[in-house]
Each structure stands twice: as structure tokens, then as C-alpha cells.
Design a protein around this ligand. Structure first.
Ligand SMILES: [Zn+2]
Length: 428
């Protein structure tokens, strides 16, 4: 079983990205931390964990420092690095926000209890300490909304109540246009006692005008062997073969590796494969029909020699046969709107996106980088029918489904449309 998230006891227990973390700690110790900072990196890279640890270092009542002696051989310049004590009432209250998902769910449930008129005006905000306000994307659209940013601006103009600074954490970069424009105003001239952290999987989602007013730190992926080592230490019950797979699938994100639910992923991936098989079947059919079956040698599709072409023709019932859509429709039927619908669809799209990346890796002749290593044979087969252009178009279509999902469009409907789009031949 997976355990609840816990905060590392100190910065040395934060996994990876040592140089980035030390530069932030040095800046805090010197009182030079930028007032607005974008922390970017893939899901599970530790953005939120690090933002909480930095908040503790800023707000700690004891303000401890780790002194690095001057060692030119090691490139050390004798700096002070900020720490947190972890025990004072500022540290402990801030640390209590580590189980963010649970607290957001509780806040959303509390809002559901309100009268309809009050519901509209109530935004989800998490406040573990009077001087730390956390702004998560507000459901169901999962965007940061104007009301949340308005609260941030209003509080930013007051002096801190109990701690040295006022800290704000926006846990995602996707926000409504009005919210982004409003945030821009405070970023133009942030009050001197304010620190704003914006956590972003993809900083490109932020307005360029917001990006230009923030400092940016990227948390990069950890190497494969480091993730495997971490899994051996923290999830020793996972068999070696599964461990190797999880390490690849978590894409260098420690948090994702530690929380990886392989069974759930495998289920989502089985559904994602139905999309790919359906598209590959339809494309083979279209190619056969277009070629005017009796004399395929006159119009061989690119990349096929006549031998494989002939063998495929012989093994098929007839060039005009329609692909079997039953499996596809049965599967998309199970993706309904509702509480777990969004989560299930997100898992499906993520699995599909990893499969498409693997097909690209095969296409570019770098199979050693594959993530779904247990599916090599099937991926090889699929890559024979799915061209580079097709994969590119599919990735683009996937992005669109993703943004549709964010706007809460009917999920099963857009999944069927998506499948139909994938099954169309690429015209170039
Ligand atoms: Zn403390």
C-alpha cells in the first residue's frame, strides 16, 4: 500500500536537483530570493514539496543556517544556506499542508454543503498558516480563478501576521484569463514582504508577460538508476521486473515513481492500446482500398516492400473489410462523466501519450529509450502501420482532447471523436 505523503526532514533528503535547491537556499539566507518564482518540472518532480520546504525556510522562527566552509577545490565559496527547524509553530503549521490533495478534497466537499448562491462565490483556498496561502486549481474546471487571485492580492498588501513574510503558492500554471491578468498586476510591483511561487508542469502555459516577471527554476528528471535505487530503498516489495518498468514510466520524477500504481497504469494502457490498434487497422484497410487490391505492386505505400505487402494481403479477409469498432466503443462507453471519470480519462490520456512517445522512439531508431519495455513486440507491430506523420497528428489531437477535458466537455463524446480522427489516413 502507498503511504500518505510526508515532508523530507531536511533539504538533504530532497531527491535530486541539488544545485537548483542550493541556489534557492543561498538566496533565502542572503535575503535575495526573488519575489516571484516559477518552479517547473514534470508531475512528481517535487515542485510542491520543495515549495513547502522553501516556505518553511523563509518563515521558520529560528532561521537556522548551514554554513559551507570555503573550499575552492569543491567550488564552494563559503556560503550560508537556509534551513528550517521543523519544530517551531511556523514550520509545523506549514508542514501540515503536505497532504494537499486530501485538504483540497475536504475544502471542495465543504463548499458542496453551502447554499447555491454562496457556492458561486466560494473559492478553494488552503491556509495552513496565517502567512501562507495555497491556491490549487479550482474544480470542476481545474483552473486557478479570479476570486482566488483577488484574495491573494488583497492579502499581499497586508504586512505578515506572525512570520517574516507572506508566502503564496499557486500549485498549477493553468488559470483563467482574468485570473492571469490580475496576477500580472501584483507581479509588476510585488510588496517587499511577499513571495509568490508558481508551480508549473509546463511554464509555456503561463502568459509570456507573467513569465518575464518571474525568476524560474526547473526541476529536471533524475537518472534511471537513481530512481531504481530509490525504489529498492523505499518500495522493496516491488519485484525487480516491475521496478525497472516503473522507473522508466515515471520519467525521472521521484514522487511519481514512489506513488506509481502499476495495476492502474496497466489498465489505462490496455484501453489506450485499443485506440492504437483500431487506428492501425483502419489505416491498413484504407491503404489496401486505395491501392486497388489486385495490383498492389503499382502503388506500394511508402516504406513497404512488395513482400510484406503481399503477405499482409493474403492474411486479410478482403481489402474493403471494415475494422472492428466493437472493442473501441465498448471501451469508450466505460468513460463516463462523474467524480472518477476525469481521473480515469486523465490516466488513459497519459498512458496514450507515453505509448505515442515510445512509437516515436522506435521510429527514430532509439528503442533503448522505450518506457513501456514490456510491450516491445506489440509496439514494433504498431509502428509498421503508424507513420511518423500519423504519430505527430495523433499527439496534436491528444493535446486537444486534454484541453477539452480541462474545459469539462463531455468525455465519452470527445473520446469517440478522437478515435475517429486517429483512424483517418494522413494526407501530406
Ligand atoms: Zn522552524
Amino acid at each position: 500500500m502507498l503511504t500518505a505523503p510526508t515532508l523530507p526532514a531536511d533539504f538533504n533528503d530532497f531527491l535530486g536537483n541539488t544545485a537548483a535547491v542550493e541556489s534557492l537556499r543561498t538566496a533565502i539566507a542572503a535575503g535575495r530570493l526573488p519575489h516571484a518564482l516559477i518552479l517547473s518540472g514534470p508531475a512528481g518532480a517535487g515542485k510542491y514539496t520543495l515549495a513547502l520546504m522553501l516556505s518553511m525556510a523563509i518563515q521558520c522562527q529560528r532561521q537556522p543556517r548551514e554554513l559551507r566552509s570555503y573550499e575552492p577545490a569543491l567550488g564552494s565559496t563559503g556560503q550560508a544556506l537556509a534551513l528550517f527547524c521543523g519544530h517551531c509553530s511556523n514550520c509545523t503549521r506549514i508542514a501540515s499542508a503536505i497532504n494537499l490533495e486530501e485538504q483540497v478534497a475536504a475544502a471542495v466537499a465543504a463548499r458542496e454543503e453551502l447554499r447555491e448562491t454562496d457556492k458561486k462565490d466560494t473559492r478553494v483556498l488552503i491556509q495552513p498558516h496565517p502567512d501562507l496561502l495555497i491556491l490549487p486549481p479550482d474544480p470542476p474546471q481545474l483552473l486557478i480563478k479570479l476570486g482566488q487571485v483577488r484574495t491573494l492580492i488583497q492579502r499581499a498588501h497586508y504586512l505578515p501576521a506572525e512570520a517574516p513574510r507572506r508566502v503564496f503558492i499557486l500549485t498549477a500554471a493553468n488559470m483563467m484569463k482574468e485570473a492571469a491578468n490580475s496576477l500580472l498586476k501584483i507581479l509588476e510591483e510585488p510588496p517587499p514582504t511577499v513571495h509568490i511561487f508558481i508551480l508549473a508542469e509546463n511554464p509555456g502555459e503561463l502568459l509570456p508577460t507573467i513569465r518575464s516577471r518571474c525568476a524560474a527554476i526547473r526541476l529536471g528528471a533524475l537518472p534511471l538508476d537513481e530512481i531504481e535505487g530509490l525504489l529498492i530503498a523505499r518500495r522493496p516489495e516491488v519485484p525487480a521486473k516491475q521496478r525497472a518498468l516503473i522507473a522508466r514510466l515515471s520519467q525521472g520524477a521521484a514522487g511519481r515513481a514512489l506513488g506509481f500504481d502499476l495495476d492502474a497504469y496497466t489498465a489505462a494502457r490496455a484501453d489506450a492500446l485499443i485506440f492504437l490498434r483500431n487506428a492501425a487497422g483502419a489505416l491498413r484497410n484504407a491503404a489496401a482500398t486505395a491501392s486497388g487490391a489486385p495490383e498492389p505492386a503499382l502503388s506500394l505505400p511508402k516504406g513497404l516492400d512488395s513482400e510484406t505487402w503481399d503477405s499482409r494481403h493474403q492474411s486479410r479477409p478482403g481489402p474493403a473489410a471494415e475494422p472492428d469498432h466493437t472493442a473501441l466503443f465498448k471501451m469508450t462507453e466505460t468513460y463516463r462523466t462523474g467524480a472518477d471519470g476525469q481521473q480515469k480519462t486523465t490516466a488513459l490520456l497519459r498512458a496514450l501519450s507515453l505509448l505515442l512517445e515510445d512509437l516515436l522512439l522506435l521510429d527514430s531508431g532509439t528503442p533503448e529509450l522505450l518506457r513501456n519495455i514490456d510491450l516491445r513486440a506489440e509496439l514494433d507491430r504498431l509502428s509498421q502501420s503508424l507513420s511518423f506523420d500519423w504519430i505527430e497528428r495523433a499527439s496534436h489531437a491528444l493535446d486537444q482532447v486534454h484541453s477539452g477535458l480541462r474545459r469539462n466537455l463531455l468525455r465519452s463524446l470527445s473520446l469517440d471523436a478522437f478515435a475517429a480522427q486517429l483512424a483517418e489516413p494522413v494526407h501530406s
